[in-house]
Design a protein around this ligand. Structure first.
Ligand SMILES: [Fe+2]
Length: 355
């Protein structure tokens, strides 16, 4: 616990004391995660210093992410919403770990908060993939896969009810991991065969957990069970093939793989969304994931980066100018005065986005 002055650097920190006005009215309770609005209110009340936790709410990730988002000139309100959603997610997931099962509604509410915020602000959505900090990986992965699954459903022109279901399905797809031991979940090295067999069970645990929730939904439970199935039968837990995998689960698989490739993992470094798109494309061509879903999604993601700066595999910085329909992951780029069509320079790759 430390005494800190009230300013924006406290966004995402956990309050370690109850706070009252001069008149004795309770303003905020201990364990509140501070947001932009809280900071404003405390200033209005002329409260200059407060006791907060030494670390951000997730071993420092909240603070790290908050400062990165602010540096990217994402507005304070969006940063607060995102951090609050992560905090809600952490709380809900930890409740599952302690066998204190929240209602399904609590998950959908928490997810909708962040979905609303990212849908309005694409700049925040884009920034999800340049954030550092791995401690909160499971929570961030859940939020991101929820956002991506809902987005894909929308791109496929599914009705609004199904879009919402897909958001919740993405948010909850890995909930079964809360039943896997931390030693396996966070192991920095490759898992042994036995550990991997245990890890695979998160699909079955997830299915059971969702079916045990008040307000359960069959699509959500199936997405948790089948998001690691692959069209060629090489997935798990059942080794189902194309026709046996519901389309909702195929959408979720695409969102899950994309986020896993892009995000920091304990065992690998980050990959740019363009490279992730290339990997998705390859998996689709190899017949593992649905190519129609991948095509629509990859084109959309690539479009978001028009105007962004990127680093090529030869070390040069370029600006992304135009996304091609046929090969969205090999755009037209500009290096100083020169235009380069990456479709015709196959040796060059976009390695990293510079935001
Ligand atoms: Fe999973």
């Amino acid at each position: 616990m430390l005494l800190a002055s009230v300013n924006h650097s406290l966004i995402g920190r956990v309050l370690e004391q109850d706070l009252y006005t001069d008149a004795g009215v309770l303003l905020l309770t201990k364990t509140t995660v501070l947001t932009e609005n809280h900071i404003r209110m405390l200033r209005m009340q002329h409260i200059r210093n407060v006791y907060v936790s030494d670390h951000g709410w997730s071993e420092g990730d909240g603070e790290v992410i908050s400062s990165q988002l602010l540096e990217m000139e994402i507005d304070h309100e969006s940063v607060s919403s995102y951090l609050e959603a992560m905090e809600d997610t952490r709380r809900l997931f930890e409740a599952v770990q302690l066998d204190n099962m929240p209602k399904l509604e609590a998950f959908t509410e928490a997810f909708q908060k962040v979905a609303a915020c990212t849908e309005k602000r694409m700049s925040l959505f884009r920034s999800l993939y340049v954030l550092e900090g791995a401690d909160s990986y499971t929570y961030r992965h859940s939020i991101n896969v929820g956002i991506l699954s809902a987005l894909i459903a929308r791109l496929l022109k599914w009705d609004e009810e199904m879009v919402q279901v897909m958001g919740a399905a993405g948010f909850l797809h890995d909930i079964g991991k809360m039943k896997i031991s931390k030693e396996i979940l966070l192991k920095p090295d490759q898992l042994t065969k036995q550990e991997f067999e245990e890890m695979k069970k998160h699909t079955i645990y997830g299915y059971e957990l969702i079916n045990g929730m008040e307000g359960k939904c069959e699509t959500l439970a199936l997405c948790a069970l089948l998001h690691h199935e692959r069209l060629d039968g090489s997935g798990y837990p059942e080794g189902r093939t194309r026709e046996e995998i519901p389309i909702a689960c195929q959408v979720l698989a695409v969102a899950d793989i994309f986020d896993a490739i892009c995000s920091d993992r304990v065992y690998k470094t980050r990959t740019s969304p363009f490279e992730a798109a290339q990997q998705l494309w390859k998996l689709a061509c190899d017949g593992l994931i649905n190519i129609e879903i991948v095509q629509v999604f990859v084109h959309y993601i690539a479009q978001l980066y028009v105007g962004s700066r990127a680093r090529l595999s030869d070390g040069d910085d370029v600006e992304i100018i135009l996304i091609h329909q046929d090969e969205p992951m090999r755009p037209l780029v500009r290096r100083r005065e020169e235009f380069i069509d990456l479709r015709y320079h196959r040796q060059l790759l976009i390695e990293k986005l510079i935001v």
